[in-house]
Design a protein around this ligand. Sequence first.
Ligand code: PMP
Length: 411
Amino acid sequence: MSLFDQVPAVPPDGTFALVEAYRADDHHLKVNLTPGIYRDENAKPWVLPSVKQARAALLADQSLNHDILPQLGHTQFLSAARQLAFKDTLDGRFVTSIQTISGTGANHFIASLLASHLHPKAVWIPDPTWDNHQGIWRHVDPGIERRTYPYYDENTFGIDGDALLSTLREQANPGDAIILHACAHNPTGVDPSPELWEGIAQVCEEKGLFPIFDLAYQGFATGDVDNDAWAVRHFTTRSSGNNNNNNTPLEFAVAQSFSKSFGLYSERVGALHVVARTRDGAAKVDGVLKRISRAEITSMPAFGARIVAAVLHDPVLEAQWRQDLKTMSGRLASMRKRLYEELVRRGTPGRWGHVLTDIGMFSMTGLSPEKVAAIKDRFHVYLLPNGRLSFTGLTEGNVEYVAESIYQIVV
Ligand code: PMP
């Protein structure tokens, strides 16, 4: 008998289990197309040249010490993070920014803040989404309903904008939170048009929803960090002519990750920005976030934040970093083209045009969970069970093999 007999038996996390299965697979042709982690042209981890230079300078600095960071986090990192997300769009807005344990931590902090103090009935999550949105909100407060809004249309490989807007209009309640992928939607690779973003902003105003932008792929959608922050900045600056809330602009949050954009996956670098209407509101958010952070982490880790700050505060390193983003997004775009060509050349049944037009690291293949299992068993090609393919694992050396495997599975 153990006290823990009453604890539920939790199945292993699906994504991590696949990584383990891939590791254990000794087939010489195996290909890992599951992780949202950038790989170079040899499918190896890549340290960005800008990051390498900043890291070398930090490690060579004999005066570097390991004192604790301020409560909100690394000051220069936070100012750079905020500038990256909002640039010069914050006039007349009041923003609280706090360093977090990467994008996961930022999502977690905003969920905690809302759950403890604003008490939303529900959080609206896109269907499909990054698995952990469900996990984070379940963990923070299982009493908050986790509802999904329609996002992806499997028939068109695009967004069902009408269903998205009408679901929110008809079913969301004032005070509910809504998670929005700021760019390079995971897992579908399709983002709203500017018109749809405007529609989403209007519904948020009309219904009094609290938007949470998940900004995990800035620079990966278009290769340009400013283009990729368009939706966030639009919410900051748009004129709010038609809300029922005294014509005041939306308040919202941005959960920002530096895992992908700086390749700092294991360093856990992130920030949460909360945009408030009043100075007073922002000051209160500041206090509550400090309290949450103190209780959970006390103080954020410094190393990754120092690297990001060093890059973004140095014009030469920043220019190199923007080039690094282009290197990554360019390689992914060329792998999209190569896979498309190889699938079409074989006359692979299905529609593949979206592979070329999707954005970021991922596309949905349309393969059923059974076919995903079959391609793993027969060809040792690993995808997520929902059919998501990550282009990060594709290389010139394996793209033909992957296309042939998909062909064999679907004919
Ligand atoms: N949001 C989305 C949509 C993601 O895909 C990810 C990573 N897969 C994250 C947040 C968080 O990643 P991290 O905690 O490494 O920043």
